[in-house]
Design a binder for this molecule. Structure first.
Ligand SMILES: Cc1ncc(COP(=O)(O)O)c(C=O)c1O
Length: 400
């Protein structure tokens, strides 16, 4: 891999394997453990992660776009690929040709599949139980049953819904509980089919783990026997509920760079566009080659901290497209700047010195969410795979 700028995202496959094992051990009976690898596997590299997940025994993968599924197939991914976004007639043909499983949300999509299929195509049927985005209304279930029962072209495999407030899943009177009850109700209509249901994202899954720890509450709507799971954020090492006690997850991505140059500022001089930061004393500024075009949000200007020699130092001045600046005055004080040549900077994740800065904390400072911080990491930032099985990725995909 050519890399003349030492700015990269380090992807720790051991941590990913750890997070997956947590799920596999906690839910050995689930019929469907479907890590979400859409949006370039939340920024971690979809082909690489999909191939690696297969080696961990993962048999189902979730994407949003047909294009994402095609990419995985073209790189030899064999797992069942669920495509969550809708499709037209042309899309139906691609889905069938590449042996993907569509998540069907409209009557037209059923027609497209029937028109395109020469042999029965397996589908998951999506119900809108409150998100108000995609899916059939529960009231349509009976008509759908009649449409699909003994259908020669379309074979129903599962029912799906999506929690819009998974964070409340532990509350038996909450919105998630109502959604789970609604899908359970729908599943009763489809009982003659040999199907299962899936609804839980990371927040729902971790809530369920929490419920299991609390002991038997068989009537709780989260007690889902034979339901599938669709973890996203948690496999990448972050817990949307923030409660570290429930589950031990390890962040997979670390965003890193190296100081390019240092500038010594006199009192009163300013840094970067608009001069939004002014030196209150003689200051040492480190210039780091990563900017908003790499996914480090501009809103973090004069807000965030990064790790430099194991210590937190502030980002000062406006973040540029390709650079950001740090005030390292207090850290380098009294020392020769040559000692800090090419110094590593950790934007989030683990530093080589063992320090850790959470993408979740950065997301809060950016008035965003962890999902956005991870998926924003730009295309021009190389992903470097580490961990025991990193060699596998290089050999299989042709990376270095
Ligand atoms: C349909 C669907 N299922 C599951 C997930 C995973 O969600 P999370 O990353 O919160 O676990 C997503 C993510 O947006 C999704 O769109």
């Amino acid at each position: 891999m050519e890399m003349y700028r030492r700015t990269f995202a380090e992807i720790n496959l051991d941590h990913l394997a750890h997070n997956i094992r947590v799920l596999q051990k906690s839910f050995p009976q689930t019929p469907f453990l479907c890590p979400m690898v859409k949006a370039n596997a939340y920024g971690h590299g979809d082909v690489q992660l999909a191939r690696f997940l297969e080696t961990l025994g993962i048999e189902h993968l979730g994407v949003c776009l047909i294009e994402e599924g095609l990419l995985l197939r073209n790189f030899g991914v064999k797992a069942e690929i669920l495509v969550f976004r809708g499709f037209d007639r042309e899309g139906a043909e691609k889905i069938i040709q590449y042996h993907m499983t569509p998540v069907v949300s409209t009557w037209e999509q059923i027609e497209h599949l029937e028109a395109a299929a020469s042999s029965p195509v397996g589908i998951h049927l999506k119900f809108d139980t409150g998100m108000n985005r995609l899916g059939f209304r529960p009231e349509e279930a009976q008509k759908l049953f009649e449409r699909l029962w003994q259908n020669k072209k379309v074979r129903l495999k599962a029912l799906v819904t999506h929690l819009f407030n998974g964070e409340d899943a532990l509350d038996p009177q909450g919105q998630s509980a109502a959604q789970l009850r609604a899908l359970h109700g729908v599943s009763q209509i489809f009982k003659p089919f040999n199907i299962f249901c899936h609804a839980l994202n990371s927040a729902g899954i971790i809530s369920w783990l929490s419920l299991q720890r609390q002991g038997a509450t068989p009537s709780h709507p989260l007690n889902l026997q034979n339901w599938g799971l669709r973890p996203g954020l948690m496999i990448y090492g972050y817990n949307p509920l923030g409660d570290k006690g429930v589950v031990d997850l390890k962040p997979v991505m670390s965003l890193k760079s190296q100081v390019g140059t240092y500038r010594i500022l006199k009192t009163g001089e300013t840094v970067s566009y608009g001069g939004t930061w002014r030196a209150a004393k003689e200051s040492v500024i480190a210039v780091v080659p990563i900017g908003y075009a790499d996914g480090y949000h501009r809103i973090l200007s004069n807000q965030a901290f990064v790790v430099f020699t194991g210590q937190r130092v502030p980002v000062v001045g406006s973040i540029c497209m390709d650079y950001l600046m740090l005030d390292v005055t207090d850290v380098v004080q009294g020392r020769d700047l040559k000692e800090f040549k090419d110094q590593e900077v950790t934007l989030f994740g683990y530093g080589s010195d063992g320090s850790f800065l959470s993408a979740e904390e950065l997301a809060r400072q950016a008035q965003s969410i962890t999902w956005e911080m991870l998926t924003s990491v730009g295309e021009r930032v190389p992903r470097i795979y580490t961990g025991q099985d990193a060699g596998f990725i290089s050999e299989e995909i042709g990376g270095e």
